[in-house]
Design a protein around this ligand. Structure first.
Ligand code: HEC
Ligand code: HEC
Ligand code: HEC
Ligand code: HEC
Ligand code: HEC
Ligand code: HEC
Ligand code: HEC
Ligand code: HEC
Ligand code: HEC
Ligand code: HEC
Ligand code: HEC
Ligand code: HEC
Ligand code: HEC
Length: 459
């Protein structure tokens, strides 16, 4: 520090070597800057009031006039608080060098190239004289720290807040991040920790993570949401984005937003950032693209219209294949058991496939014969819903499929609805019709001879 210099003062006899040819005046001069002896003490861009006035004697007094040696009138801060009384005001936190009266640790008593007579031309360098690099060499440095604006957050002398701060908690941050301040006031869903300190998640000076996060985004989120981590890791069927890359923030926004469960954007959009194209897995299995979920020309299944992918999927991982929340057959034919359709019947009435006669339960009936029952509820080769319905979206009413995969061929279903019924002519067999008002004379619903075999129909 500068005590070195203070020590020098008693003998402000600068050695003759340093003074070169200039001779020490024997008579006290009124103005020490006269004759350019000490012109340098007045040659600063920012000058100290008394020095500028040539009032050198408010701080210096002769020790030995003959020898032209000088001593300081006061020691340490007494030299300064003689005039700067207000700088001595009490506060909860006083910066150690200030409390110790080391005003000269930071200020040059005569003037300086920068305002406030600082000893360094950059504030951060001044702080760094005593504090080791607060960025600790980390990669991502906070804007105001990078620009050396330590004083934007810290008072140099004193403060009533800890760490000499100018503001507290999130208010300190929102003072500059005013856009966010406005956002937070209007969002519908606020992430609970946002009510507290931003420092739960962010470093203030610098970090090796993006956005000065305290940990990797994933590590940060699971530090509070351990159950999600447990689930994601223990699930029989895993969803890799939850535990890889940026993890949680692939789907969620960390601060707040207008969507339920802090979804980053409406799920169709959030999920489509990855699922707009097919994904080939390590075992070569292909997860088909689901671009249909955002296709405005199609009629979307209710929960998808509402952006509720989680109505059927377990986004963090789960116990049923295809990340489904409940069982649903993977195959075209399926021996009947209502539990196999638990997914659909978590929202729809299961009587749909349990009653063989009905007059109102379903529109898929011939007179009062329930054709859902007829197709699905069979111990041998019942058709699963997927035989006729697409799950996410379809161009047809009631989400009836365009076609069914048949070998390598997409077999058209040719569904034609009417006011009171409909018909389908699935390429491979004759047309069947049904009518709710005037039942179509019963053709056998047992399979025609040309019925495709289960092996050929793949889905
Ligand atoms: C506010 C008090 C104050 C005033 C006013 C002041 N000085 Fe100083 N001066 C000091 C202190 C303290 C030092 C010790 C050196 C340091 O800490 O930089 C010093 C050191 C010096 C030195 C030693 C060389 C150096 O730069 O370190 C000279 C010469 C000097 N002052 C001349 C002057 C002259 C000439 C004036 C008037 C134009 C003046 N001072 C006004 C406080 C003051
Ligand atoms: C004789 C009175 C006096 C003494 C003693 C004194 N100052 Fe000052 N100081 C002033 C005056 C006058 C100003 C100009 C105030 C203004 O411009 O508002 C000033 C201004 C300052 C400034 C502000 C400069 C700027 O650019 O805004 C600093 C910093 C300062 N003094 C530090 C010190 C330090 C450190 C000491 C002790 C070494 C000290 N002063 C001793 C009178 C004094
Ligand atoms: C740790 C460094 C440091 C120490 C020690 C320090 N100051 Fe300062 N001082 C500063 C900085 C930095 C500024 C400029 C603040 C700003 O720009 O907001 C400043 C500004 C000032 C100012 C002018 C602006 C104001 O706030 O009125 C005065 C006067 C002043 N200091 C006096 C003192 C006195 C007297 C002491 C000793 C009791 C002292 N300082 C100790 C860093 C320090
Ligand atoms: C002359 C040396 C010196 C300079 C220059 C200096 N500091 Fe300090 N600072 C200290 C000392 C000594 C402490 C007390 C350290 C401790 O208690 O471990 C301290 C403590 C602090 C603290 C912690 C206060 C608390 O309540 O725990 C902050 C914040 C701080 N300084 C910020 C700054 C900033 C910002 C600057 C630049 C404007 C700066 N310092 C310049 C010496 C200095
Ligand atoms: C965006 C605001 C902000 C800026 C800019 C900033 N700091 Fe800090 N600083 C803080 C906060 C908040 C703390 C308290 C951290 C805590 O409580 O753990 C702190 C703490 C400190 C501490 C005390 C560390 C400790 O462990 O006690 C020092 C020293 C410090 N800052 C120095 C600096 C220096 C030097 C700069 C400029 C290079 C700077 N700060 C810039 C907000 C800031
Ligand atoms: C003095 C004003 C100021 C304060 C106070 C402040 N910031 Fe900043 N912050 C900035 C600036 C300037 C940037 C850089 C913006 C840029 O690069 O676009 C920034 C950037 C950031 C970034 C990175 C943004 C990006 O796009 O890279 C984060 C995160 C951040 N601040 C968080 C905080 C937190 C948390 C606090 C409170 C501890 C805080 N800020 C306080 C001014 C401030
Ligand atoms: C629960 C943890 C958490 C909390 C609390 C938090 N953040 Fe963040 N913040 C993050 C994450 C994670 C990111 C990175 C988001 C990304 O990259 O998509 C981020 C990004 C940012 C960004 C840059 C991107 C943007 O949205 O502008 C700023 C600025 C920011 N945070 C400021 C703040 C402020 C200010 C606070 C306190 C009011 C705060 N954060 C509280 C986790 C948090
Ligand atoms: C400091 C602890 C903490 C951190 C870190 C944290 N959260 Fe939270 N989060 C909470 C609390 C508390 C709640 C509200 C209580 C609850 O629902 O568990 C919450 C709720 C949520 C919710 C549910 C919101 C709702 O409307 O039901 C989501 C989603 C969420 N956090 C995601 C994240 C993500 C993503 C991250 C990482 C960027 C994260 N959290 C980091 C504490 C945290
Ligand atoms: C960051 C990319 C990414 C995002 C965003 C994403 N996924 Fe995935 N998803 C994948 C990958 C990669 C797979 C392949 C399996 C694996 O690696 O876990 C997958 C697999 C799936 C599967 C399983 C398919 C199967 O046949 O096994 C479903 C269902 C799924 N995702 C639904 C969703 C939903 C719903 C969302 C939105 C809430 C979503 N995904 C968001 C990358 C993503
Ligand atoms: C693939 C997208 C995706 C990823 C990645 C993801 N989530 Fe979620 N998360 C969701 C969806 C969709 C919901 C809504 C579930 C609902 O509505 O029931 C949700 C809900 C939540 C909830 C609310 C409570 C609950 O379980 O329903 C929390 C908390 C949560 N997520 C935390 C996390 C955390 C922590 C991570 C990272 C480890 C993460 N999420 C990763 C999509 C995702
Ligand atoms: C009504 C239930 C339901 C809803 C709601 C739903 N899905 Fe699915 N999803 C399924 C079923 C069932 C499968 C399995 C495909 C199959 O068996 O034909 C599937 C498969 C997927 C697949 C894997 C592709 C495939 O065919 O294997 C992705 C990706 C997917 N869904 C994403 C989403 C997204 C994103 C949302 C929300 C926008 C969503 N799902 C909403 C039931 C649903
Ligand atoms: C999360 C709840 C939910 C689940 C699970 C669900 N659905 Fe739906 N389903 C709905 C809603 C809501 C509608 C829209 C009803 C409306 O538009 O009035 C709907 C509509 C339908 C329709 C069209 C009705 C019409 O008249 O247009 C069919 C067909 C359908 N669902 C079949 C299924 C099948 C097959 C499954 C199982 C794979 C299933 N649903 C799972 C909620 C669900
Ligand atoms: C053989 C083809 C076929 C199978 C298999 C099938 N459906 Fe349907 N479903 C239809 C047709 C055709 C309609 C449209 C009836 C109408 O509006 O004329 C329909 C309509 C619906 C509706 C709309 C309400 C109603 O009943 O009219 C729901 C919900 C529904 N089906 C659910 C299911 C579920 C759940 C499964 C599996 C358990 C399933 N379907 C299996 C052909 C089928």
């Amino acid at each position: 520090m500068r005590s070195r210099v203070l020590g020098l003062l008693a003998v402000m006899v600068v050695s003759s070597a340093a003074w070169g040819a200039v001779e020490r005046p024997v008579v006290p001069v009124k103005n020490c800057t006269q004759g350019e002896c000490h012109a340098k003490e007045r040659n600063y861009k920012f000058q100290h009031g008394p020095a500028a006035l040539g009032a050198c004697d408010v701080c210096h007094m002769p020790a030995d006039e003959k020898k032209h040696t000088y001593t300081l009138k006061q020691k340490d801060k007494a030299l300064c608080d003689f005039c700067h009384v207000e700088k001595m005001a009490a506060a909860k936190v006083v910066h150690k060098p200030v409390a110790d009266g080391q005003c000269l640790g930071c200020h040059n008593p005569h003037g300086s190239g920068v305002k406030a007579m600082l000893r360094r031309d950059e504030l951060a360098k001044l702080c760094a004289d005593c504090h080791k690099d607060v960025t600790q060499g980390r990669k991502h440095v906070h804007g105001p720290v990078a620009s050396g604006s330590c004083a934007a957050c810290h008072n140099a002398h004193r403060s009533d807040l800890p760490k000499l701060l100018v503001g507290q908690g999130r208010e300190l941050c929102l003072g500059c991040h005013d856009q966010m301040s406005k956002q937070l006031a209007t969002v519908k869903v606020l992430h609970k920790p946002m009510e507290g300190d931003c420092q739960q998640c962010h470093e203030v000076h610098a970090s090796n993570e993006i956005m000065q996060l305290k940990q990797s985004p994933l590590g940060l989120c699971v530090s509070c949401h351990d159950p999600v981590k447990q689930l994601a890791e223990s699930a029989k069927f895993k969803h890799s984005p939850v535990t890889q890359g940026d993890g949680c923030i692939a789907c969620h926004t960390p601060h707040g937003g207008d969507l339920a469960k802090l979804m980053k954007s409406d799920p169709a959009k959030a999920c489509l950032t990855c699922h707009n194209k097919a994904i080939t897995m390590a075992d070569k299995r292909v997860v088909p693209a689901v671009a249909e979920i955002a296709d405005k020309k199609l009629s979307l299944h209710g929960p998808i219209r509402e952006g509720n992918c989680a109505g059927c999927h377990t986004p963090h991982g789960g116990q049923v294949s295809r990340l489904l929340s409940k069982p649903y057959p993977e195959t075209f034919y399926e021996s009947f058991d209502v539990e196999k359709y638990a997914l659909c019947f978590s929202c729809h009435d299961k009587q749909l496939v349990l009653l063989d006669k009905t007059t109102g339960l379903t529109n898929f009936r011939n007179g009062d014969q329930n054709l859902h029952y007829a197709h699905v509820n069979k111990t041998d080769k019942g058709r699963s819903c997927r035989a006729c319905h697409s799950t996410h979206a379809s161009a047809h009413p009631a989400h009836v499929r365009e076609s069914v995969p048949y070998g390598k061929w997409e077999l058209p279903i040719n569904f034609k609805p009417t006011k009171t019924g409909g018909s389908c002519a699935p390429g491979c067999h004759q047309e069947f019709g049904y009518d709710r008002v005037k039942a179509v004379p019963s053709k056998s619903l047992t399979a025609p001879a040309t019925r495709p075999s289960a092996e050929v129909i793949q889905k």
